[in-house]
Design a protein around this ligand. Structure first.
Ligand code: SF4
Length: 244
């Protein structure tokens, strides 16, 4: 698998043409590749491009049960904008959430990093694993400039936790390029972005970024930057279903 990852990164090492990257992966892995959308700005770019490339591609999002109303509105707007879009919504397993809340309360994420990761695991990581079953690869909207935890991203990576390829077509894009694309193509986006929310996740763990702040300063603002991943994009998960 490492050879395949190296070969693909070599093949696309200078590829800033995202459409060409999508053309290759959506057709080469047709039926075996999915796009995980958080409904964020980058992911809306990719949803638009994927609809123009191969509208039968599996596109899915995770409803953690704690999303802002604005994100639910965007899900509906996106479905209306793209009639051929096969947007699947995955939910956490109720028994997992009920057990967690009974033991630790509804807002456990403010208590410790471990509790926050536990919540992210049950509400995001476990549903993601289900969504990825049967696929050989998944596409994400990660960009290198988003945070200190993403600066080493490669176009193609091997996702050890889920044992499949992970393709990040927007790694080179700047925030300006994302917004230029959205505006030029009239792509729907989360209206919270108009209120200085640069990165949007669950409502209790997201807030507006103060003027001059970094892109992900509004996510888990009570934690240090190096801890700010929800578990969807980390190698070697610290938590597994068996351990929690
Ligand atoms: S972002 Fe917050 S509410 Fe959402 S799953 Fe993670 S800890 Fe839970």
């Amino acid at each position: 698998m490492k050879n395949q990852v190296d070969r693909l990164n070599q093949q696309f090492q200078d590829a800033r043409d995202v459409q060409a990257v999508l053309d290759y992966f959506l057709n080469h892995f047709s039926g075996k590749i999915g796009f995980a959308s958080s409904m964020g700005a980058e992911d809306q770019v990719l949803t638009d491009l994927i609809q123009k490339t191969n509208s039968q591609t599996k596109v899915f999002t995770l409803d953690t049960g704690r999303l802002p109303d604005e994100t639910y509105d965007l899900i509906d707007q996106t479905r209306n904008r793209y009639p051929d879009l096969r947007l699947q919504v995955y939910f956490p397993r109720p028994d997992n959430v009920e057990m967690m809340v009974a033991e630790k309360g509804v807002n456990l994420f403010y208590e410790s990093i471990a509790d926050r990761k536990l919540c992210c695991f049950y509400r995001k990581v476990e549903p993601l694993r289900r969504a990825l079953q049967g696929l050989d690869g998944w596409i994400t909207g990660l960009r290198r400039e988003q945070s200190v935890t993403r600066q080493q991203l490669k176009l193609v990576e091997f996702d050890e936790d889920n044992a499949l390829l992970k393709i990040n077509p927007l790694i080179h894009w700047t925030e300006d390029e994302v917004w230029k694309y959205l505006r030029q193509n009239r792509v729907p986006y989360n209206r919270l972005h108009d209120s200085n929310y640069s990165s949007i996740g669950c409502a209790p763990c997201t807030r507006a970024v103060p003027q001059g702040g970094a892109l992900r300063d509004g996510r888990w603002w009570w934690e240090n930057p190096e801890h700010k991943e929800c578990g969807l994009h980390r190698k070697n998960q610290e938590l597994t279903l068996e351990k929690v």
